[in-house]
Design a protein. Structure first.
Lengths: 281, 132
């Protein structure tokens, strides 16, 4: 039987990918950012997931305004690194797990989560930056990846509660797959940031740290945070944090917090990162 | 006429909702077209002519030509779509953020290094009433 045993969350700032690709990780500005991921890099070598379900958002790359799926599951055999206008990131092709993805789509839809099924998609920094932060710069990604894209570009994003419940459904779906697979769920995006308008640059450390506390210990309360509160307190792009709740919902009620990292700034954004493991693994 | 929303009283913030998405559809799809190198070339060669091919308002076209980022956002532009335009201009997210806040890039970068713009004093329109 397949099993979800751990999860992690991380911001997916595009400038982090650029810093990594241009070999700037030791520069004073970036060095503290990459240091925050040393734990995860070491941990993942032992945790060795077969499959990562990677929750991210597309940034007007694969999806324009032509179609705006709220939840889209990548069911393809592979996903290329997208050209976001400055050339594709020089990272390995992302290999999917079409059999598990098809099972997840079927199970989730029957569980009343109406996923959009995506059979062709290039993936942007939202998906590849987290892989780079955790796995560095390998020749090939060491795990299969099932992309789960969430609309957070056009308001409203799905509610936090919906995301938490989707995570729970994801867990049921994974656990009904017959093959023995070690599965991890990653939730990406956030933390507080606003990229637009005269209030751009907003950062709210208190909100972010409280969000991490609630996510770990009281996910129902984290799921009850309203869209208005995200917008006002965490900035217009801080609403990406709902994606962390999908990861949390996929884990057991009680989790071990193995690692926490928080740093301001990376470009316009507060970087946050958690590594969580189910209790009783 | 726009419906009132609970998020209308957040200062300096334009929430890209369904109504704005409808208003900005062609503006944003024009930006999206700049993902293709051949379109970028044609746009650079004659911006006004390229814009004329898109069924957007004259106000939207003028905002693009002036690179009036806040203006484009007010007319339904979304920052991730506008990014296609400013990145093809050779500008970064941080440079454009600085412009939108009326700051210099140096001052904006320093504000971020100092912990960013605090939520305190930036939550409600009334917080900004007495700003110069």
């Amino acid at each position: 039987m397949a099993k979800i045993f751990a999860g992690l969350s991380t911001s997916h700032v595009p400038a982090v990918g650029v810093a990594l690709d241009l070999g700037k990780t030791q520069q004073p500005y970036w060095q503290p950012v990459f240091k925050g991921y040393e734990f995860a890099k070491e941990w993942i070598r032992h945790a060795r997931p077969d499959v990562v379900i990677l929750v991210f958002n597309d940034h007007a790359t694969a999806f324009s305004l032509q179609m705006i799926p709220t939840f889209a599951l990548g069911c393809a055999a592979e996903f290329k690194s997208a050209d976001e206008g400055w050339g594709p990131r020089p990272v390995p092709v992302v290999k999917g797990h079409p059999e598990l993805a098809a099972h997840l789509a079927q199970s989730l839809i029957l569980d009343e989560f109406d996923m959009t099924i995506v059979n062709e998609m290039d993936v942007d920094h939202g998906l590849t930056v987290p892989l780079s932060l955790v796995y560095g710069q390998p020749e090939a990604w060491p795990c299969k990846v099932i992309p789960l894209a969430v609309n957070v570009v056009q308001y409203p994003a799905p509610t936090g509660n919906r995301c938490l419940n989707l995570g729970r459904a994801l867990r049921r779906a994974v656990e009904s797959y017959p093959e023995d697979l070690r599965v991890m769920v990653w939730g990406t995006g956030g933390m507080s940031h606003q990229l637009q308008g005269p209030r751009a640059g907003l950062i709210n450390r208190e909100f972010d740290l409280r969000f991490m506390d609630l996510l770990v210990n009281d996910p129902e309360r984290a799921a009850a945070i309203s869209h208005l509160e995200y917008l006002r307190e965490a900035g217009s792009e801080g609403i990406e944090l709902v994606m962390w709740l999908i990861m949390r919902g996929a884990l057991s009620n009680e989790v071990h917090e193995l690692h926490r990292f928080y740093h301001v700034p990376a470009s316009n954004t507060a970087i946050g990162h958690l590594v969580l493991e189910n209790k009783g693994n | 006429m726009r419906e009132p929303h609970d998020y209308d009283d957040i200062p300096g913030t334009t929430v890209f909702d369904a109504e704005r998405s409808r208003q900005g559809y062609h503006l944003n799809q024009f930006c999206m077209s700049l993902m293709k190198p051949e379109n970028r070339e044609r746009f650079r060669a004659n911006e006004a002519a390229y814009l004329a091919e898109w069924p957007m308002s004259e106000e939207q076209r003028q905002a693009v030509l002036r690179r009036d980022w806040n203006g484009m956002i007010a007319l339904g532009g979304n920052i991730y779509f506008l990014a296609k335009l400013f990145l093809s201009d050779g500008k970064s997210f941080q440079q454009v953020a600085a412009i939108m806040t009326g700051s210099t890039q140096e001052a904006y970068a320093q504000m971020m290094l100092d912990g960013g713009r605090p939520a305190e004093g930036n939550r409600y329109l009334s917080d900004w009433k007495n700003r110069g």
